[in-house]
Design a binder for this molecule. Structure first.
Ligand code: DGI
Ligand code: FE
Ligand code: FE
Length: 193
Protein backbone atom coordinates (compact mmCIF):
# COMPACT_ATOMS: atom_id res chain seq x y z
CA UNK A 1 0.00 0.00 0.00
CA UNK A 2 1.42 3.42 -0.83
CA UNK A 3 1.52 6.40 1.50
CA UNK A 4 -1.27 8.37 -0.19
CA UNK A 5 -3.67 5.43 -0.14
CA UNK A 6 -2.93 4.72 3.52
CA UNK A 7 -3.37 8.38 4.51
CA UNK A 8 -6.69 8.56 2.68
CA UNK A 9 -7.97 5.54 4.60
CA UNK A 10 -6.91 6.78 8.02
CA UNK A 11 -8.15 10.33 7.39
CA UNK A 12 -11.72 8.99 7.35
CA UNK A 13 -11.28 7.51 10.82
CA UNK A 14 -9.82 10.35 12.89
CA UNK A 15 -10.18 14.08 13.60
CA UNK A 16 -8.21 16.79 11.78
CA UNK A 17 -6.01 17.33 14.80
CA UNK A 18 -5.31 13.62 15.14
CA UNK A 19 -4.50 13.49 11.42
CA UNK A 20 -1.87 16.22 11.88
CA UNK A 21 -0.45 14.18 14.78
CA UNK A 22 -0.40 11.12 12.49
CA UNK A 23 1.59 13.02 9.83
CA UNK A 24 4.05 14.04 12.56
CA UNK A 25 4.43 10.45 13.76
CA UNK A 26 4.99 9.36 10.14
CA UNK A 27 7.75 11.94 9.68
CA UNK A 28 9.46 11.07 12.98
CA UNK A 29 9.10 7.32 12.44
CA UNK A 30 10.77 7.46 9.01
CA UNK A 31 13.59 9.55 10.41
CA UNK A 32 14.13 7.18 13.37
CA UNK A 33 13.89 4.15 11.07
CA UNK A 34 16.65 5.57 8.85
CA UNK A 35 18.80 6.39 11.84
CA UNK A 36 18.40 3.05 13.60
CA UNK A 37 18.33 0.67 10.65
CA UNK A 38 14.63 -0.22 10.65
CA UNK A 39 12.56 -0.89 7.49
CA UNK A 40 11.35 2.62 6.54
CA UNK A 41 8.33 1.42 4.60
CA UNK A 42 7.07 -0.64 7.56
CA UNK A 43 7.67 2.30 9.89
CA UNK A 44 5.72 4.57 7.54
CA UNK A 45 2.69 2.26 7.33
CA UNK A 46 2.68 1.46 11.07
CA UNK A 47 2.89 5.19 11.88
CA UNK A 48 0.04 6.09 9.52
CA UNK A 49 -2.27 3.48 11.06
CA UNK A 50 -1.10 3.60 14.70
CA UNK A 51 -4.11 5.64 15.95
CA UNK A 52 -6.63 4.13 13.51
CA UNK A 53 -9.00 3.11 16.35
CA UNK A 54 -8.55 6.25 18.50
CA UNK A 55 -12.15 7.42 17.98
CA UNK A 56 -13.99 4.14 18.43
CA UNK A 57 -16.47 4.07 21.31
CA UNK A 58 -15.57 2.25 24.50
CA UNK A 59 -18.42 -0.16 23.80
CA UNK A 60 -17.05 -1.09 20.38
CA UNK A 61 -13.49 -1.40 21.70
CA UNK A 62 -14.64 -3.59 24.59
CA UNK A 63 -16.53 -5.81 22.18
CA UNK A 64 -13.44 -6.24 19.97
CA UNK A 65 -11.26 -6.94 23.04
CA UNK A 66 -13.75 -9.61 24.20
CA UNK A 67 -13.93 -11.36 20.83
CA UNK A 68 -10.44 -11.12 19.31
CA UNK A 69 -8.10 -12.65 21.87
CA UNK A 70 -6.90 -9.34 23.28
CA UNK A 71 -5.82 -9.70 26.96
CA UNK A 72 -8.97 -9.10 29.04
CA UNK A 73 -7.00 -7.51 31.89
CA UNK A 74 -6.74 -4.39 29.69
CA UNK A 75 -10.38 -3.71 30.52
CA UNK A 76 -9.40 -3.11 34.17
CA UNK A 77 -6.95 -0.38 33.14
CA UNK A 78 -7.29 3.08 31.56
CA UNK A 79 -9.37 2.95 28.37
CA UNK A 80 -6.63 5.04 26.68
CA UNK A 81 -4.77 1.74 26.36
CA UNK A 82 -7.48 0.02 24.33
CA UNK A 83 -7.20 1.79 20.96
CA UNK A 84 -3.79 0.25 20.29
CA UNK A 85 -4.64 -3.50 20.25
CA UNK A 86 -8.09 -2.73 18.83
CA UNK A 87 -6.40 -0.73 16.08
CA UNK A 88 -4.17 -3.71 15.22
CA UNK A 89 -7.27 -5.92 14.84
CA UNK A 90 -9.11 -3.40 12.65
CA UNK A 91 -6.08 -2.57 10.51
CA UNK A 92 -5.72 -6.29 9.80
CA UNK A 93 -9.39 -7.09 9.26
CA UNK A 94 -10.74 -3.90 7.70
CA UNK A 95 -7.74 -2.29 6.02
CA UNK A 96 -6.22 -5.64 5.05
CA UNK A 97 -2.66 -5.20 6.33
CA UNK A 98 -1.25 -8.66 7.09
CA UNK A 99 2.35 -7.88 8.06
CA UNK A 100 2.67 -8.98 11.69
CA UNK A 101 5.60 -6.69 12.40
CA UNK A 102 3.50 -3.68 11.39
CA UNK A 103 0.47 -4.99 13.31
CA UNK A 104 2.58 -5.53 16.46
CA UNK A 105 3.99 -2.00 16.27
CA UNK A 106 0.40 -0.72 16.23
CA UNK A 107 -0.69 -3.19 18.94
CA UNK A 108 2.03 -2.16 21.42
CA UNK A 109 2.32 1.55 20.61
CA UNK A 110 0.60 2.66 23.85
CA UNK A 111 1.40 0.02 26.50
CA UNK A 112 4.72 -1.23 25.18
CA UNK A 113 5.66 -4.79 26.18
CA UNK A 114 8.69 -6.83 27.17
CA UNK A 115 10.77 -7.68 24.11
CA UNK A 116 9.76 -4.72 21.95
CA UNK A 117 11.22 -5.05 18.44
CA UNK A 118 13.17 -2.19 16.89
CA UNK A 119 10.13 -1.31 14.77
CA UNK A 120 7.90 -1.33 17.90
CA UNK A 121 10.37 1.00 19.59
CA UNK A 122 10.58 3.37 16.62
CA UNK A 123 6.78 3.75 16.54
CA UNK A 124 6.51 4.13 20.33
CA UNK A 125 9.18 6.85 20.35
CA UNK A 126 7.91 8.61 17.20
CA UNK A 127 4.48 8.84 18.84
CA UNK A 128 6.11 10.51 21.83
CA UNK A 129 8.46 12.98 20.08
CA UNK A 130 6.64 13.89 16.84
CA UNK A 131 6.96 17.63 16.08
CA UNK A 132 3.44 18.59 17.22
CA UNK A 133 3.94 17.17 20.73
CA UNK A 134 4.47 19.84 23.35
CA UNK A 135 4.61 18.60 26.92
CA UNK A 136 7.19 18.88 29.71
CA UNK A 137 10.25 16.78 28.98
CA UNK A 138 9.62 16.15 25.29
CA UNK A 139 12.61 18.22 24.14
CA UNK A 140 14.97 16.21 26.34
CA UNK A 141 13.66 12.98 24.82
CA UNK A 142 14.06 14.44 21.28
CA UNK A 143 17.69 15.21 22.08
CA UNK A 144 18.32 11.74 23.49
CA UNK A 145 16.72 10.25 20.38
CA UNK A 146 19.57 11.65 18.29
CA UNK A 147 22.04 9.55 20.29
CA UNK A 148 20.25 6.42 21.43
CA UNK A 149 16.87 4.83 20.76
CA UNK A 150 16.98 3.04 24.12
CA UNK A 151 18.08 6.00 26.25
CA UNK A 152 15.35 8.14 24.70
CA UNK A 153 12.78 5.44 25.45
CA UNK A 154 13.94 5.08 29.06
CA UNK A 155 13.36 8.81 29.58
CA UNK A 156 10.00 8.68 27.83
CA UNK A 157 8.90 5.73 29.99
CA UNK A 158 10.10 7.45 33.17
CA UNK A 159 8.05 10.52 32.23
CA UNK A 160 4.94 8.50 31.36
CA UNK A 161 5.10 6.30 34.46
CA UNK A 162 5.69 9.37 36.70
CA UNK A 163 2.75 11.08 35.00
CA UNK A 164 0.51 8.13 35.85
CA UNK A 165 1.83 7.85 39.43
CA UNK A 166 1.24 11.57 40.04
CA UNK A 167 -2.35 11.17 38.92
CA UNK A 168 -2.99 8.17 41.12
CA UNK A 169 -3.47 6.00 38.05
CA UNK A 170 -2.64 2.33 37.65
CA UNK A 171 0.29 1.42 35.40
CA UNK A 172 -0.37 -1.48 33.04
CA UNK A 173 2.14 -4.30 33.80
CA UNK A 174 3.39 -4.47 30.20
CA UNK A 175 4.46 -0.82 30.49
CA UNK A 176 6.57 -1.74 33.52
CA UNK A 177 7.88 -4.79 31.65
CA UNK A 178 8.95 -2.56 28.76
CA UNK A 179 10.65 -0.15 31.15
CA UNK A 180 12.43 -2.92 33.10
CA UNK A 181 13.56 -4.52 29.88
CA UNK A 182 15.13 -1.26 28.70
CA UNK A 183 16.76 -0.51 32.05
CA UNK A 184 18.19 -3.98 32.52
CA UNK A 185 19.70 -4.02 29.03
CA UNK A 186 20.98 -0.44 29.13
CA UNK A 187 21.78 0.04 32.82
CA UNK A 188 25.51 0.14 32.14
CA UNK A 189 25.15 3.06 29.76
CA UNK A 190 22.79 4.96 32.03
CA UNK A 191 24.74 4.58 35.24
CA UNK A 192 28.22 4.08 33.80
CA UNK A 193 28.82 0.92 35.82
O1 DGI B 1 -2.87 7.91 21.19
P1 DGI B 1 -1.90 8.99 21.57
O2 DGI B 1 -2.55 10.09 22.35
O3 DGI B 1 -1.15 9.52 20.38
O4 DGI B 1 -0.78 8.37 22.54
P2 DGI B 1 -0.75 6.94 23.23
O5 DGI B 1 -1.31 5.91 22.35
O6 DGI B 1 0.68 6.74 23.67
O7 DGI B 1 -1.68 7.10 24.50
C1 DGI B 1 -1.09 7.69 25.63
C2 DGI B 1 -2.03 7.80 26.77
O8 DGI B 1 -2.23 6.55 27.45
C3 DGI B 1 -1.42 8.74 27.78
O9 DGI B 1 -2.40 9.73 28.09
C4 DGI B 1 -1.12 7.89 28.96
C5 DGI B 1 -2.20 6.83 28.84
N1 DGI B 1 -2.00 5.64 29.66
C6 DGI B 1 -2.88 5.21 30.58
N2 DGI B 1 -2.44 4.13 31.22
C7 DGI B 1 -1.24 3.84 30.71
C8 DGI B 1 -0.96 4.77 29.70
N3 DGI B 1 0.18 4.72 28.97
C9 DGI B 1 1.04 3.70 29.25
N4 DGI B 1 2.17 3.61 28.54
N5 DGI B 1 0.81 2.78 30.24
C10 DGI B 1 -0.30 2.80 31.01
O10 DGI B 1 -0.49 1.95 31.90
FE1 FE C 1 -2.22 6.09 20.33
FE1 FE D 1 -0.51 8.60 18.57
Amino acid sequence: MDREQALEIVKEQISGKRYIHTLGVMESAIELAKQYGVDEKKAEIAAIFHDYAKFRTKTEMKDIIDTHGIPADLLEYNAELWHAPVGAVLVEKVVGISDNEILDAIRYHTSGRAGMTKLDKVIYLADYIEPNRDFPGVEEVRELARKSLELALIKALQNTISFLLNRNQAVYPETINFYNDLIMKQGDEVYGE
